[in-house]
Write a protein that binds this ligand. Structure first.
Ligand code: AMP
Length: 593
């Protein structure tokens, strides 16, 4: 398939905002795509190159993209930079520079780019690392740009910098695939399920194209391929949870560690993080525990790995786990910072899919297959019927070092990839003030006043608007950072620096430097307020106002197990806002007249 066709459709999508029209455009494109190119195209539409769990990360640095554009257009660095700042986007800058700059120089026999070639080059750019990698990435990119039309160059550069931003949500792609490949939009549900259990959109569209609906329905969890994690809603009180679930509720300790999805196939064990990255390497001890103490040959289990005190076995805070995030000397680190794994779900046992079974059945399977030891624990749980019982359980959980509790509907299936009320988290002080943590994406930084040079004093943070796939700002945070944090943050963020506002970011404030939304940090705030400045949930609660955090503070946690799309969503912030209003009006009602 010619890349020009793809670029043409991308351009059409860019000019469209309605979901229905987008679906139509995507469906036409999918119909026109040869089967062999479908997986590639599916990844590119998602702004990816491979499924997340393969860890092929897009996103060359701004500097490299500008150099490549300079070489390909024959323009000097000043001119390129000027065009970039003026256009506010690398793609549009490339399009205009190449259109005007090439003029007479245009190659007489430009080679027509195919989708396969563009994709191959992008993959090789993403996979190149180590010494000399910058030069080889540059060469590869320039060679693509030399054969590209201005329009193609626009999308090649955007894709390679990781700022493609077609604005299509995964479910829009699934809608389009249902129409184009299965002939009926109603089959989107089947596609979605297959996607949620395989985490691989390319694979799913390929199955749909080759085997039809039957094939899609036969997609089951597979050891070695991560399942998109089920997520929890939040409610303000034990009573609200009981009202929501009704009857009996299973409550579990909510531990403060890192979520692991453990895949076991005989002697082979793989570990995946919450964002589906393969992190087997960080936990060789957990690999050993799973091999030794999971009594099922082929299984997929979930649990929270928590740092523990070597002497007493007590739980330690999340930060202790960060020592594990390193490439070298893991054996030594492992001894110094021991962990315990706390299993909380069984998704696949003895070679069989368990995701469709109710929680209570999965829990008994879990208890059956996990041999409990100091390092392998099945998370503490209890069935409760009253708010009093639930609160009591919560007190005990907190006294043992937990963040709070997870309430689970005993009859609920494992809903891969969904956030719903089958799981509800409750942290201690919801009912008093806003104390749930909020995970936000860093999108910019401001120089501190009179502070050290080269160090930023505060950061601009955004939530994730999952519907529109954009990151609107919700707050500016300057408290909670230690000197060490302030020194390391610019280094951590350097590769995401942008001298123009990234296309998927929304903010009325202009920071001293922008960042492409990649790094997620945890914050707390005193409350959520209406704000005319921050665009998150603009007009949703009140005309002319968005929602913002009041008195935000960095908690010290960089959530590097979370990707930007795992940040707290605008919808969640809206829910927290209305929850807070309910609590406040109740408190007012309870007080003296
Ligand atoms: P949050 O990240 O605050 O939305 O909370 C959800 C996370 O809590 C999950 O992704 C798990 O990492 C963690 N967690 C801790 N204990 C449990 C549990 N018993 N059941 C489910 N998730 C748990």
């Amino acid at each position: 398939m010619k890349y020009s066709v793809v670029a043409g459709y991308f351009e059409k999508l860019e000019g469209t905002s309605g979901r229905l029209q987008m679906t139509e455009i995507l469906a036409t494109l999918l119909k026109e795509t040869p089967k062999a190119d479908l997986p590639t195209l599916a990844y590119l539409m998602q702004g990816k190159l491979r499924p997340d769990y393969e860890g092929v990360e897009l996103g060359i640095a701004e500097k490299l993209a500008l150099r490549a554009l300079g070489t390909a257009s024959g323009c000097g660095p000043e001119k390129v930079r000027e065009a970039y700042i003026k256009a506010g986007d690398i793609g549009s800058a490339a399009q205009s520079l190449l259109a005007s700059g090439r003029g007479q120089q245009e190659a007489l026999f430009p080679e027509q780019l195919t989708l396969a070639r563009v994709y191959g080059s992008l993959i090789s750019i993403a996979r190149t690392s180590g010494g000399g990698s910058v030069e080889s990435k540059l060469k590869e990119l320039v060679s693509l740009l030399n054969d590209a039309t201005p329009l193609e160059a626009k999308y090649i550069l955007r894709t390679s910098m990781g700022v493609l931003r077609l604005g299509v949500a995964d479910y829009t792609i699934l809608d389009a695939a249902a129409v184009a490949l299965l002939g009926d939009k109603a089959h989107r549900k089947a596609l979605e399920r297959a996607y949620n259990v395989s985490s691989d959109l390319g694979f799913v569209v390929q199955v749909a194209a080759e085997e039809g609906l039957g094939g899609v329905e036969r997609v089951h969890p597979q050891v070695g391929r991560p399942i998109r994690p089920m997520l929890a809603e939040r409610l303000p009180s034990a009573q609200a949870i009981l009202d929501q679930i009704g009857g009996e509720v299973a409550v579990e300790y909510k531990l403060d560690g890192e979520r692991l999805q453990m895949h076991k196939d005989g002697e082979k064990v793989e570990l995946f993080s919450r964002r589906l990255e393969r992190i087997t390497y960080n936990y060789p001890d957990v690999v050993g525990y799973v091999k030794a103490h999971v009594r099922s040959r082929r299984a997929i289990l979930e649990g929270e790995v928590v740092a523990v005190n070597a002497e007493t076995g007590e739980y330690l805070p999340f930060q202790e786990l960060m020592h594990r995030r390193r490439k070298h000397g893991i054996e030594e680190t492992m001894k110094r910072y021991p962990v315990a794994i706390n299993f909380f779900d069984a998704l696949f046992v003895d070679g069989k899919d368990a995701t469709g079974k109710p929680y209570s059945r999965r829990r008994s399977e879990l208890e059956r297959v996990v041999e409990e030891t100091e390092q392998t624990r099945v998370v503490t749980s209890k069935l409760v019927k009253t708010a009093g019982e639930m609160e009591e359980f919560m007190e005990v959980a907190i006294s043992e070092g937990c963040e709070g509790i997870m309430a689970k509907n005993p009859g609920g299936a494992y809903q891969a990839g969904a956030r719903g009320f089958l799981w509800i988290k409750l942290k201690r002080e919801y009912s008093r003030e806003l104390t749930d943590t909020i995970d936000l994406v860093i999108i910019g930084a401001f120089h501190g006043r009179g502070g050290r040079t080269g160090v930023y004093g505060s950061y601009l943070l955004a939530a994730y608007d999952a519907e529109r796939k954009v990151y609107p700002s919700v707050t500016k945070v300057g408290t909670g950072f230690t000197d060490a944090d302030l020194a390391r943050f610019p280094k951590l963020l350097r590769r995401y620096e942008s001298h123009v506002k990234p296309p998927d970011v929304e903010s009325n404030l202009v920071p001293d430097i922008w960042y492409r939304p990649r790094v997620v940090i945890e914050t707390i705030a005193s409350e959520i307020t209406l704000s005319p400045i921050h665009p998150a949930a603009m007009n949703a609660v009140r005309e002319g106002s968005g929602l913002a955090l009041r008195f935000p503070k960095f908690t010290g946690k960089v959530r590097d197990e979370k990707g930007p799309e795992d940040a707290t969503t605008v919808k969640e912030i809206q829910e927290m806002y209305s929850m807070q209003k309910r609590v406040m009006s109740k408190a007012k009602g309870a007080g003296p007249p």
